[in-house]
Design a protein around this ligand. Structure first.
Ligand SMILES: Cc1ncc(COP(=O)(O)O)c(C=O)c1O
Length: 387
């Protein structure tokens, strides 16, 4: 019976120390309020401290909420049209299209574009669940290549060339759980050599990397036309929510006409669209936010090295401290909570089995003393747990 099976699945999760529970969290700048306690927050994705900026708070009070319909009925509002133009202009793409979440955008785009049975989707092994789900629901076949392994990708492309006339390579720009970056220039070279499309999910690069925060492409000196599909979320460095898909006019018109998730879903709140527009202007103008984040990242890495930790392999705002076992990771997180630090344990299936971790995320809002405090508390907690 269904209820018994669901209950058993939950019991199994508890036994494996991978049971999840939500906590009511109220983030504010570098802090987060959880059940009447305030913690120093090292778990959020508000890398540039935009979500809590004064500019956003003031604008928030002046806006309406609902779009009242899907985009093709009456839900395409001036705020959406303006944001699409703004993003396309900022990033240098012909057109942009908004989705209500990054998850919806990724799964919708892959499924919609790769609709032919003889197509092939090649995904990096560490790609986000939304990209993988897009592949699984597409008519095309899905395949994964080892993380950032261009030799293996090329082998798969060579083998696939005749069987699969349409191919799409899919990778994140900055990987969400490891913080390392994809070799985007090599991906683009392989894509053009083997006549494959290339999709980049830049959820963690947008705003943070490149001139004016234009993301991973700008950081790697790639032109927008070297990428077929670019996806970025607004819920991380832009401090808002929702997502955008960018590409040429044909891609965007195709999605407007065939993407069921776009057509049959209430469009993003105009409120959210307007706040995102304001956030983009802040990101473009306020280089100091990126500079401070870069300083914080370098300082944290230096602190970790001084305390004898291995290098995290990441130069981004996402700094993974791999522990391994679920239970030990949970205990370290609990220890840090007692010290006033909010750093949630990340466990499988979000990451590979045996690679549970503390995914530290740094923000412009942190100061050097916060990072010093985190580093020493982390070292203490790890020492106690992994002794
Ligand atoms: C790489 C990546 N892509 C997509 C998403 C989904 O974005 P959203 O939170 O807007 O649904 C996330 C969020 O966790 C992500 O890390």
């Amino acid at each position: 019976m269904l209820p018994e099976r669901l209950a058993k699945a939950l019991v199994d999760k508890k036994r494996a120390h991978s049971f999840r529970e939500r906590k009511i969290c109220q983030p504010n700048g570098k802090y987060v309020q959880v059940q009447n306690n305030q913690y120093l927050n090292f778990s959020g994705n508000d890398y540039l401290a935009i979500a809590s900026s004064e500019e956003i708070k003031v604008a928030y009070r002046q806006l309406n909420t609902g779009s009242t319909g899907s985009a093709l009925i009456n839900g395409y509002n001036p705020e959406h049209a303006e944001l699409e133009l703004q993003v396309a202009d900022w990033l240098g793409f012909e057109k942009a299209l908004l989705y209500s979440t990054g998850f919806a955008a990724n799964s919708a785009v892959i499924k919609t574009v790769m609709s032919e049975k003889n197509g092939l989707i090649l995904q990096d092994k560490l790609n986000h669940a939304s990209l993988i789900d897009g592949g699984l629901t597409a008519n095309a076949k899905s395949m994964r290549f080892a993380h950032n392994d261009m030799v293996q990708l090329e082998t798969k492309l060579k083998r696939a060339n005749y069987q699969h006339p349409e191919k799409l390579i899919v990778s994140e720009g900055i990987f969400s759980m490891d913080g390392d970056n994809a070799p985007i220039a090599s991906l683009s070279d392989l894509a053009s050599h083997y006549d494959a499309g290339l999709m980049i999910d830049d959820a963690h690069g947008i705003g943070v990397l490149g001139t004016d925060g234009r993301g991973s492409l700008a950081e790697n000196n790639l032109k927008p036309k070297q990428i077929d599909i670019y996806m970025a979320t607004f819920g991380k460095a832009l401090g808002s929510a929702g997502a955008v898909v960018c590409g040429n006019a044909t891609l965007i018109e195709y999605l407007v006409n065939f993407s069921r998730d776009y057509i049959y879903s209430t469009s993003m709140s105009p409120h959210q669209a307007k706040l995102t527009s304001i956030a983009i202007e802040l990101v473009k103008k306020q280089q100091w936010r990126r500079d401070k984040l870069i300083e914080n990242i370098a300082y944290f890495k230096q602190q970790l090295a001084n305390l004898g930790f291995a290098d995290t392999g990441s130069n981004s705002a996402i700094q993974p401290i791999i522990v391994g076992e679920n239970q030990a990771t949970l205990k370290i997180a609990e220890q840090l909570k007692k010290a006033g630090i909010w750093l949630t344990a990340i466990r499988p299936p979000t990451v590979a089995k045996g690679s549970a971790r503390l995914r530290v995320t740094l923000s412009t809002a942190h100061n050097l003393a916060d990072i010093r405090y985190l580093s020493t508390q982390l070292a203490n907690a790890v020492k106690v747990e992994l002794r």
